[in-house]
Design a protein around this ligand. Structure first.
Ligand SMILES: Cc1cc2nc3c(=O)[nH]c(=O)nc-3n(C[C@H](O)[C@H](O)[C@H](O)COP(=O)(O)OP(=O)(O)OC[C@H]3O[C@@H](n4cnc5c(N)ncnc54)[C@H](O)[C@@H]3O)c2cc1C
Length: 644
């Protein structure tokens, strides 16, 4: 049945391609190519159009009698980063092609459509006929720029290529760096591109916490910290449960078994980690390592160093805008089209393309399409390039997606700007050491060991803004996850408050404003909450929220100085994305492999189910990137991937 459907679709596609070609022949010949003779004369002049993009914008359209001469965006409030390409490219394309039938820039559809509407309105106001500016449906333009995704996959393969490589990796975060390094080491001539001026994406600004059930330094650390060792089975179970069993178990196994292999590779190549292994929310085994500076850049720089030792070529400011999938029976991905500072280029990939373009938390329009309750007012922890077009570009050649509506909020971001800075990691790493979360009344509002979705929702329903993580000096000294010098910087910049008593700490909390709002936390209530919690730690039981208390490693907060970190949820991780096989091959909407296309990291859906456990994303991205690089280069799997 599936094959029958595919055959029918293929016939339809071929029919469309032939009919487009036929239209093209007609339009190419004789008078039909004399564009100006077909244009109804317009009243020439400058037309100032007020239209809606994602937000209202003002566009000046200059028309001659028979042509759109120029388009200038006079004023707009579109989202910086997300809409830039649309504001720049759409006007250029309309003028170049004298057509309003052009593709919206992926991830910025409303902005693109706003500009197109301004031009169509101006043409109408000038007495012109908009249909005469829809050239994309005929002739050469149709063949080159058709917006039909199916026609793209089969109808348009460049006759010559600007560059050719064995493997082309798109996106240079943990996943892309691992893919490129392993592809190159496996013997493939490899290109790594990134649209940003620097490599790193979200991986660079990430918090550097990495879940791995073991490592080459694990035995020493478990001994020193008096902790129970962990197991792969427990890591797999926690991850599946943490995502409400929506995960693809094979993908979970891949990254859990690969996590120690990749971590050891990083350690052997110079990565330094702190003397701690924590058990953040949703993990029931001690398995979370923190890099020495508590930042993903620690890992990225080791990956960069390893990549530099290979022959991989790196191109920055190079944005993938299209994937080429040929029209032979195999329907293989053969290359990509990129936008560079020197114009558009077509790059051939002899063996395969690896998509490692990350998630879409930074794309307000895309995320609210999938979760309408998220609005532009919700802040995000992500870098500006997390706009998700890797997903939509792959969808245009038939790729399937899953779990697109599972979007995670990080519960402990900086309430001022949504960022996950170093201070925002304390509440994350702290639950197993005894860090307590309180609301504006100074009361606990959730089990601190709970999953991110649970903690985020509880904060939003706590009845005030923001919430606070509270801890004492003993946790700073013995927890192992807080660097004192870093803590002092946070105190100096008022990101963390420090006081000699809990009442004074409440006063400090009340002396500050949070996005212009103040709170009035009663000092005695904060004091009472902490005294109660201390008694739970001593008893080994939390009668209020049922938190797991490991006596011996969880500490009470009974000695000053005392500390508070303000915290609030922000949009953090998109669990949904492209569907892949357990060998990182991208699958089409029918679940069949698209030859020559691989994906890894946050661009993929199905690894974390409905909710990702903190510290699982680094091993997921890096391990699946490593697998994808090798698959694209030579079609083999690393040894840690279980035999199936
Ligand atoms: C602030 C923050 C802290 C985090 N902390 C942790 C943590 O401590 N532990 C943990 O496990 N997880 C953490 N995460 C999650 C984790 O960092 C991400 O899931 C992970 O970095 C994703 O890696 P990636 O390689 O898939 O994508 P990214 O690192 O985002 O890289 C994708 C790259 O693709 C590029 N790109 C996108 N589109 C295109 C295109 N069209 N053409 C060319 N290039 C393109 C981007 O510019 C980017 O460089 C954190 C996330 C954030 C935002």
């Amino acid at each position: 049945m599936k094959n029958f459907k595919k055959t029918m679709i293929l016939l339809l596609i071929l029919g469309m391609v032939f009919s487009l070609a036929a239209c093209g022949d007609e339009a190419d010949g004789g008078e039909a190519s004399e564009e100006s003779s077909e244009i109804t004369p317009m009243t020439e002049g400058e037309y100032l159009m007020e239209v809606d993009g994602y937000k209202p914008m003002t566009v000046e359209v200059t028309l001659s009698e028979t042509a759109v001469e120029s388009i200038e965006i006079i004023q707009h409030d579109e989202t910086e980063g997300v809409s830039d390409a649309a504001l720049e490219e759409i006007p250029k394309e309309i003028v170049e092609k004298q057509s309003v039938s052009i593709d919206a820039v992926s991830g910025a559809t409303e902005t693109s459509n706003g500009v197109i509407t301004a031009v169509t309105n101006a043409i109408e106001e000038a007495g012109g006929v908009v249909d005469e500016f829809k050239a994309a449906e005929s002739g050469d333009v149709a063949e080159e720029e058709s917006s039909d995704p199916v026609a793209l996959s089969s109808g348009e393969i460049p006759e010559s290529w600007d560059d050719t490589y064995d493997v082309v990796v798109v996106g240079g975060g943990f996943a892309g760096l691992a893919a490129a390094e392993n592809a190159s080491t496996s013997g493939a001539e490899t290109l790594l591109i990134d649209k940003m001026p620097a490599l790193g994406g979200n991986s660079q600004i990430n918090g550097g916490v990495y879940a791995s059930h073991t490592s080459r330094i694990a035995d020493d650390l478990y001994d020193k910290l008096n902790l129970e060792p962990d197991s792969a089975e427990q890591h797999i179970e926690d991850t599946l449960e943490g995502g409400d069993n929506f995960s693809d178990e094979k993908l979970v196994e891949n990254f859990v078994y690969g996590a120690p292999v990749f971590l050891d590779m990083m350690l052997e190549n110079g990565l330094e980690v702190r003397e701690s292994i924590t058990r953040p929310g949703g993990h029931y085994g001690y398995r979370t390592y923190t890099t020495i500076n508590g930042i993903g850049a620690d890992i990225v720089s080791v990956q960069r160093k390893m990549l530099d030792e290979t022959s991989t070529e790196v191109m920055l400011n190079t944005k993938m805008v299209q994937i080429y999938r040929d029209n032979t029976e195999e329907q293989r991905v053969v290359g990509i089209r990129v936008e560079t500072n020197d114009g558009m280029k077509n790059i051939k990939a002899e063996n395969g393309v690896v998509l490692t373009t990350g998630g879409f938390s930074g794309n307000e329009e895309m995320r609210s399409t999938h979760v309408p309750t998220l609005s532009e007012d919700d802040l995000t922890s992500n870098h500006v390039g997390a706009t998700g077009e890797g997903i939509t570009i792959a969808q245009a050649i038939g790729a399937g997606t899953k779990h697109m509506s599972y979007i995670q909020l990080y519960p402990f971001s900086n309430p001022e700007n949504g960022r996950l800075d170093a201070a925002a990691l304390i509440p994350f790493s702290g639950p197993s050491s005894g860090v307590v979360y309180v609301d504006v009344e100074g009361n606990r509002y959730v089990n601190e060991g709970g999953r991110r979705d649970v903690c985020a929702r509880a904060a939003q329903e706590s009845g005030g803004f923001p919430t606070f993580a509270i801890f004492g000096q003993e946790i700073v000294e013995k927890g192992g996850f807080i660097e004192e010098s870093q803590l002092n910087e946070m105190i100096d910049s008022d990101r963390v408050f420090k006081a000699d008593s809990l009442e004074e700490l409440a006063d400090m909390i009340n002396d500050h404003e949070y996005q212009g709002e103040s709170v009035s936390m009663p000092g005695e209530s904060l004091n009472e909450t902490i005294l109660d919690h201390n008694s739970y730690v001593a008893d080994g039981e939390d009668p209020e929220f049922g938190k797991q208390i490991d006596t011996g490693s969880m500490l009470s907060i009974d000695e000053g100085p005392y500390y508070a970190v303000p915290q609030w949820p922000s949009v953090h991780h998109t669990m949904g994305g492209l569907t892949i096989s357990d060998r990182t091959e991208v699958q089409d909407i029918y679940g069949e492999v698209i030859p020559g296309l691989f994906a890894a990291g946050e661009v993929v859906g199905g690894v974390h189910g409905s909710n990702r456990l903190g510290s699982n994303a680094i091993p997921d991205a890096a391990v699946h990137g490593y697998i994808a690089g090798q698959m694209a280069a030579e079609g083999t799997l690393p040894e840690f991937v279980p035999e199936r």
